[in-house]
Each structure stands twice: as structure tokens, then as C-alpha cells.
Design a protein around this ligand. Structure first.
Ligand SMILES: [Zn+2]
Length: 193
């Protein structure tokens, strides 16, 4: 089984989790930066993470995995592979998350919503709504990382492999700026493995 230390090590080695002083695209500053795609770019890691999620959610007996594009697609595929069930995704059309490409859900489907990262829980909730609107039953949600600090509550089973709290700060109230540490944009310099 993957321990918290295993996961943190995996994320750090692949550059998916950086420690430092960052200016995020929102303009906020943070001492940590997370980009799950950088761990999922390695198929063997994606597969291992998918297997770990599958082991935790198997008792929910999902019959299909539904992920919001793009972030949830790769890990959703791997969870589906490990469970031996379909893995489909919802994507935005005119701003609304929707099933396209002929993907179908019906009332016999037990849907597990899978994401890479749960931040506020908003997109997980929206994805659940897509499944319910199609008449399916939602059995729960899962993600690789939960950075909601426990604030994303779904009133149903939700399993995340790794809880991560990465505080963000307004630049004028940033303790790292106060220490005089130079701020960088994530990805603007090579990551040392
Ligand atoms: Zn700062």
C-alpha cells in the first residue's frame, strides 16, 4: 500500500510537488506548488495511483468511473482499469459540464467520480450532477489529492490518497515575502529531481 511518505516522495521526485515560494496563476503566493499531471505523465505511476484508489473504493461496487476533463481523465482511466469497469469523462460545452462522444449513463449504473485533485469540491459536485441527471446512481468520489483541508463535504463516501494543505497568501501578506525569499513562477526553472 502507498503510505503518505511514499506519495509525497513520488510527487516530489516527479516535480509534481514543489517546495519554495511561488506566484500562482491566480496572483496569490504559496510555499508549495502541486501539478498532478507531472506524476501522471509516468504511466507506471498513474497505474499505481489508480490501483490504490481502486483498492479503497472497491467496496462501493462502482460499475463505471466518471471524471471531469481534463484533470480527471488519466487517473479515471487507471481507476477504471484496476476495477475492471468503464472509464468515461464529462467535458465542458458552452461552460456546462456534459457527457459527449456518445458516452451513456443509465439507471443501472453505479458511478464513482474520480478527479486528480479536489480543491473546493465544486467540480466533483458538478460531475456527480452530470451522472444523476443521466439517471445514474452516484456511489461516491475519489481523488489522488484532497487539498480542501476537509472542507469539501459530499454527504457520501469520498476517498483521497493524500490530504495536502498548501496555504496561499495575498502578496502583501505573504510570510515568505516578509522573509525576503525570491518568488518564482512554477515551472519557470528546471526542477532538480
Ligand atoms: Zn510571497
Amino acid at each position: 500500500m502507498l503510505t503518505r511518505d511514499d506519495l509525497l516522495d513520488l510527487f516530489r521526485r516527479s516535480g509534481a510537488l514543489l517546495d519554495g515560494h511561488f506566484r500562482l496563476s491566480s496572483g496569490l503566493h504559496s510555499g508549495g506548488y502541486l501539478q498532478c499531471a507531472l506524476v501522471l505523465q509516468h504511466p507506471e505511476h498513474a497505474e499505481a495511483l489508480g490501483r490504490a484508489i481502486a483498492a479503497a473504493v472497491r467496496p462501493l461496487r462502482p460499475s463505471v468511473v466518471l471524471s471531469p476533463a481534463l484533470g480527471g481523465v488519466v487517473v479515471g482511466q487507471e481507476v477504471g482499469r484496476a476495477l475492471g469497469v468503464r472509464a468515461i469523462f464529462a467535458e465542458r460545452q458552452d461552460g456546462v459540464l456534459t457527457l459527449r462522444r456518445g458516452f451513456v449513463l443509465g439507471e443501472t449504473d453505479r458511478v464513482l467520480v474520480v478527479e486528480d485533485v479536489i480543491t473546493t469540491g465544486g467540480s466533483t459536485r458538478e460531475t456527480m450532477q452530470v451522472a444523476r441527471a443521466a439517471g445514474a446512481y452516484v456511489v461516491g468520489a475519489a481523488s489522488i489529492v484532497d487539498r480542501s483541508g476537509g472542507r469539501a463535504a459530499f454527504n457520501m463516501p469520498c476517498h483521497s490518497l493524500l490530504a495536502l494543505d498548501l496555504p496561499t497568501y495575498q502578496p502583501d501578506a505573504c510570510p515568505l515575502c516578509a522573509k525576503g525569499l525570491p518568488v518564482v513562477k512554477p515551472g519557470s526553472r528546471p526542477v532538480v529531481a
